[in-house]
Design a protein around this ligand. Structure first.
Ligand SMILES: Nc1ncnc2c1ncn2[C@@H]1O[C@H](COP(=O)(O)OP(=O)(O)OP(=O)(O)O)[C@@H](O)[C@H]1O
Ligand SMILES: [Mg+2]
Length: 146
């Protein structure tokens, strides 16, 4: 599925719609250059999971965890410029296998090998300063509802 959003607000709104559809156990891989909108989209997903906290890029801590609706947890990872996932790979594996966790990953190249085949993958590009193009692949049932 291809989706074009024309503002930061629309990106958040789209993320919120996706976030509302999540029931736990989903892994969402976000692919795109610096400034493509990965964190902005994640803020929307967090809103759709009823997370009130301000979601910030986890660049320095690599992962951040937020309490979400219905006993769910959002685990947000950012592996930017990391050369070795180290023990984070184990933590990530645990979260991926936990059906009460929604896992969102920016810069996932390093951990590509441990991501499940059924994940949601969103590739973001920026045709203009304010436009973002999203190419979404993943479970058909979920994508059809977006
Ligand atoms: N349509 C749009 N959707 C999302 N962001 C947009 C849009 N138009 C402009 N922007 C701007 O693009 C930037 C996106 O930044 P964001 O932190 O979400 O990117 P990122 O992909 O997470 O980058 P990084 O790789 O550094 O983590 C913000 O400054 C935002 O204001
Ligand atoms: Mg980011």
């Amino acid at each position: 599925m291809i989706k074009e959003v024309t503002s930061e607000f629309a990106m958040r709104a789209f993320g919120q719609r996706l976030g509302r559809l999540l029931t736990g156990g989903e892994v969402i891989e976000l692919v795109g250059d610096v400034g493509a909108g990965k964190t902005t989209l994640t803020k929307g997903i967090a809103r759709g999971l009823d997370i009130d906290d301000d979601v910030q890029s986890p660049s320095f801590t690599i992962s951040r965890v937020y309490d979400a609706r219905d006993g769910l947890t959002l685990a947000h990872y950012d592996f930017y410029r990391l050369n070795d996932a180290g023990i984070m790979a184990n933590e990530l594996r645990e979260n991926i296998n936990d059906q009460s966790v929604v896992t969102v990953i920016e810069w996932a190249e390093l951990v590509e090998g441990i991501l499940p085949p059924g994940r949601i993958r969103i590739a973001l590009s920026a045709p203009t300063a304010t436009t973002r193009r999203l190419e979404i692949t993943g479970p058909k049932e979920l994508i059809e509802q977006l």
